[in-house]
Design a protein around this ligand. Structure first.
Ligand SMILES: [Zn+2]
Ligand SMILES: [Zn+2]
Length: 199
């Protein structure tokens, strides 16, 4: 078995575990697919599909997607075959492509997403998100309640409120303990990002 095959097997196993672990939450995540072509990109592209668009929007907002993302990343980190690979996880509406042509289209659109500009793009006096092209200031930094055990959240995700947009990014930050006494944020707007190191 060559390395790519054993990596793919391990990724599939981790994704299978994820679906089992998240079944009780009724996230609406139903299918997955993955792409890997080192000639085009060094990253393994993993796509989790939500057949219902509303389920996807809700899961992006309420943190299920973030937890899925975290589960898969940690699962990959925990195995020898996959601990050093690059991977990018996407959340998409619809179903996994079954025809080769559709699969190629999806792969190319995902490549565009990760190869495109990531820094905000100035647009008049506004800034556009480098991922989805919507107004950056409307993006929300979100985090799970659990993180409030310490005063400042240290990681979470970013969601775009534009209708039907599935822009998803994770963020994390390292605060020194003595900086944790600032006011307790519930939901911070995007300018908070200056403090944060994007993964
Ligand atoms: Zn957007
Ligand atoms: Zn965006």
């Amino acid at each position: 078995m060559n390395t790519s095959e054993s990596i793919a097997d391990r990724i599939e196993e981790v994704i299978g575990d994820m679906f089992a672990a998240f079944r009780p939450y009724e996230s609406g995540a139903t299918e997955y697919c993955m792409f890997y072509d080192p000639k085009k990109h060094s990253s393994w592209l993993i796509v989790i599909f939500f057949s219902d668009k509303n389920d996807l929007t809700r899961s992006l907002k309420d943190g299920i997607c973030y937890q899925i993302h975290k589960y898969i990343k940690e699962g990959l980190d925990n195995h020898l075959e996959t601990t050093n690979i690059k991977s990018t996880i996407f959340f998409e509406p619809g179903h996994r492509p079954v025809e080769q042509e559709k699969a190629n289209d999806l792969f190319n659109s995902l490549l565009k997403k990760i190869q495109g500009p990531k820094d905000p793009v100035a647009f008049g006096d506004k800034k556009m998100c480098g991922y989805c092209g919507h107004d950056l200031d409307n993006h929300e930094l979100l985090f799970n309640k659990k993180s409030e055990e310490i005063n400042m959240p240290t990681e979470g995700w970013i969601a775009c409120p534009a209708e039907g947009c599935n822009c998803f990014q994770t963020w994390s930050a390292n605060y020194k303990p003595d900086q944790q006494t600032e006011q307790e944020p519930k939901k911070s707007k995007f300018n908070f990002l200056n403090l944060l190191r994007k993964k």
